[in-house]
Design a protein. Structure first.
Length: 225
């Protein structure tokens, strides 16, 4: 027995509707692309999306002076041991290390060489006051350390006490600039300071070849230096 199967008119109409092309219809003014259920779906293409993100905030870090000080060079430097010297009357800064001038008094040389041993220590408020040997140093602890190894100071001093230290005015080799809250020193032409003026932050004991505005500071110096 043969059975004849027919397709209902409504079902045939449904299939014809699916194969219709919808190119004339629009959605929000954008024409739809023709499609058919009989066609193989096209392979999806990867979409590249660009995202905009904020740049990380620059953090202030302790400065590595090697990249700046390496330009300060001179001939005749004696680097045979931990007591580097340079000819003449002025100290030389090279790779963060101060070379004591050969013509300076021994007290000045010893102060310079001593500071070289702590030149990478961090800034620590109150550092260098409980003991000359500390993990880190503040401004007055740093200057006290230099004076101690110059044979000019037995105990660390706070910055305000340097207003009365030694003799008034600038010295030939060693000048202390002090005010309430901060102190730094100029030793044989180099600035010994815990503040890096390029970033305005305290970084710890460092040698600098640039000067500093001394307005508001009082100049004092160790006797004979």
């Amino acid at each position: 027995m043969l059975l004849a199967f027919g397709v209902a008119p409504s079902q045939a109409q449904s299939w014809r509707s699916r194969e219709a092309v919808y190119s004339a219809q629009t959605v929000d003014g954008v024409p739809l692309q023709p499609f058919s259920f009989d066609r193989q779906p096209a392979r999806a293409q990867a979409i590249q999306v660009a995202y905009y993100t904020s740049r990380p905030t620059r953090r202030v870090e302790p400065i590595n002076h090697d990249e700046y000080d390496s330009e300060t060079t001179t001939s005749g430097l004696d680097v045979a041991d931990s007591r580097p010297m340079a000819p003449g009357n002025r100290a030389v800064l090279r790779n963060g290390i101060a070379y004591a001038p050969a013509n300076a008094p021994d007290a000045v040389k010893h102060a310079i060489w001593a500071i070289n041993t702590i030149r990478n220590r961090p800034y620590v408020w109150g550092g260098g006051h409980g003991s000359f040997h500390d993990y880190g140093y503040d401004c007055s602890g740093t200057v006290s350390f230099a004076l101690h190894y110059a044979g000019m100071l037995e105990q660390p001093l706070p910055s305000s006490d340097f207003l009365r230290y030694g003799e008034r005015g600038r010295g030939r080799w060693f000048t202390i600039y002090s005010r309430h809250g901060h102190v730094f020193a100029m030793i044989a032409g180099l600035r010994l300071d815990t503040t890096d003026l390029r970033y305005g932050s305290d970084v710890g004991p460092r040698w600098h070849i640039d000067g500093r505005d001394a307005w508001g500071f009082q100049a004092r110096h160790p006797a004979g230096l």
